[in-house]
Design a protein around this ligand. Structure first.
Ligand code: 2HG
Ligand code: ZN
Length: 476
């Protein structure tokens, strides 16, 4: 049976489009190593027609499919299950830039382009694609779209959903939905493309997208600001936005615990401050060429804040390489936490006026449930999203019994924190999606009417449940 499927797949994608054998780990194990699945085949189509042909074949034969991008999901969204029956469809060979219109500000790209390639394509015509993720060299735009990626510039530009003009999608039956319009205005019925953004490949496979690209910044202010607390961080956000309005693009919160971890695991990093601060905020305000005086205004604001005792200290980057080193500190916190050992992650968002309360109550929950557990709760404070992660007590070794005991608190900690998030009107998955990891959480916390609609939409588009089954919503 595998032999005839193999031949049928080969006839659709050719020999370089089919992978089999034991070395398929990077397609079958997720980035966090939470799941080790197995694939019947890994197929690598090279264009939309080949994707459609493979999907149609699988659909007619009742074979489950798992769309796969750069394998950077935090929730196992692109990993096949353990049955060995699913076919992984990798988009990595769809990596063409199909069109760029610098004047109209649009870019048409295929799903397998890395985020970096997309940003470089925009830059090649003096434009800018404002999605910034630490994984930009690996993650692919199809996966970014399928998970509605967020990142560090959401404050000014929104999630990727806000940057999309059109999509091309292969539906679960193999038909191609062509909504690849490059229009700013298009009120022709339901906005179908939105269904596929954030659906994590459960409703179809995104093969190409028309994206909005903006003006490339000519200058940017990048600064680190030492503050007393998350509360002080949010108060500062208010004043920085009062002064600079919607130009503020990045406002990242790094408590001392996260900074310490990054400095420990990346010794090339230098602490830019002479003393430790309870928290450091990374602020970035890019400017179009026409404006000037940004650095002076920011320096004035900081002087006044320090004088008033609301900010402890601030350093402004005076060169691109210094700005890069500020970013390096922020972007390596996740890697530092991985190097430190096991971790329990919570990707939460709250209304801004409840964020500090969440942090305070969340820290108490961690202290009560995990003696010695180290909270590494940092993130995109400007848009209300914290990565409220926890590392084990200092001294607990990797793969030890104590580490296993720490991981054993996963469910109870998650329940307490997610209940708190729900109480405060937040989301238990701000930007990392649902994947396989949070299917039960969605079923537990989502409004039943919304859940019912999601299940029905899934039923209409994928009645045989072959498209990324087991992810996001389960059948009733
Ligand atoms: C980030 O903001 C990523 O750096 C990763 O979303 C967060 O590791 C994490 O929890
Ligand atoms: Zn993040």
């Amino acid at each position: 049976m595998d032999q005839s499927l193999r031949e049928a797949l080969l006839s659709r994608v050719g020999p370089s489009g089919l992978l089999e054998g034991p070395d398929l780990d990077r397609y079958t194990t997720d980035h966090r190593r939470l799941y080790r699945g197995q694939a019947r085949f890994v197929v690598r189509p090279s264009n939309t027609a080949e994707v459609a042909a493979v999907v149609e074949l699988c659909a007619t034969q009742g074979i489950a499919m798992v769309p796969h991008g750069g394998n950077t999901s935090y929730c196992g969204g692109a990993t096949p299950d353990e049955s060995g029956l699913q076919v992984v469809i990798s988009l990595e060979r769809l990596h063409r830039i199909r069109a760029i219109d610098a004047v109209g500000g649009t870019l048409v790209v295929e799903a397998g382009c890395t985020l970096r390639a997309v940003r470089e394509a925009a830059a090649s015509v003096g434009r800018h694609f404002p999605l910034s993720l630490g994984s930009e060299g690996t993650c692919q735009i199809g996966g970014n779209l399928s998970t509605n990626a967020g990142g560090t510039q959401v404050l000014r530009h929104g999630m990727i959903r806000d940057l999309v003009l059109g999509l091309e999608v292969v539906l679960p039956d193999g038909r191609v939905l062509n909504q690849l319009r490059q229009l700013r205005k298009d009120n022709t019925g339901y906005d179908l493309k939105q269904l596929f953004i954030g659906a994590e490949g459960t409703l179809g496979i995104i093969t190409a997208a028309a994206l909005r690209i903006g003006t490339a910044p000519r200058d940017a202010l990048t600064a680190l600001v030492g503050v007393e607390s998350l509360e002080a961080t949010l108060a500062l956000l208010g004043r920085v936005r009062e002064a600079f309005g919607d130009l503020v693009e990045t406002f990242e919160y790094m408590p001392e615990s996260a900074v310490t971890l990054a400095l420990k695991h990346f010794p090339q990093l230098k602490n830019p401050f002479d003393t430790a601060h309870p928290a450091i905020v990374l602020v970035e305000i890019p400017l179009p060429a026409a404006l000037s005086g940004l650095h002076e205004s920011f320096a004035h604001l900081m002087a006044a804040e320090i004088e008033a005792g609301r900010v402890r200290d601030a350093v402004v980057a005076h060169s691109l390489s210094q700005a890069d080193s500020f970013w390096f500190l922020r972007e390596n916190i996740p890697a530092a936490q991985t190097r430190e050992g096991a971790s329990l992650k919570h990707d939460v968002s709250l209304p801004l006026d409840r964020l500090a309360e969440f942090e305070q109550r969340g820290l108490r929950i961690i202290a009560d449930l995990i003696p010695g557990g180290r909270s590494i709760g940092y993130g995109h404070a400007g848009d209300g999203n914290l990565h409220f992660n926890v590392s084990p007590a200092l001294g607990i070794e990797k793969n030890s019994a104590l580490e296993a005991a720490f991981l054993g608190h996963k469910e109870s900690l998650m329940r307490a924190l997610h209940d708190l998030v729900a109480e405060l009107g937040g989301s238990f998955s701000a930007e990392h999606g649902i994947g396989r990891l949070k299917v039960d959480e969605l079923a537990r916390y989502e409004d039943p009417v919304a859940l019912d609609l999601m299940t029905r939409i899934k039923q209409v588009l994928d009645p045989n449940r072959l498209m990324n089954p087991g992810k996001v919503v389960l059948p009733k």
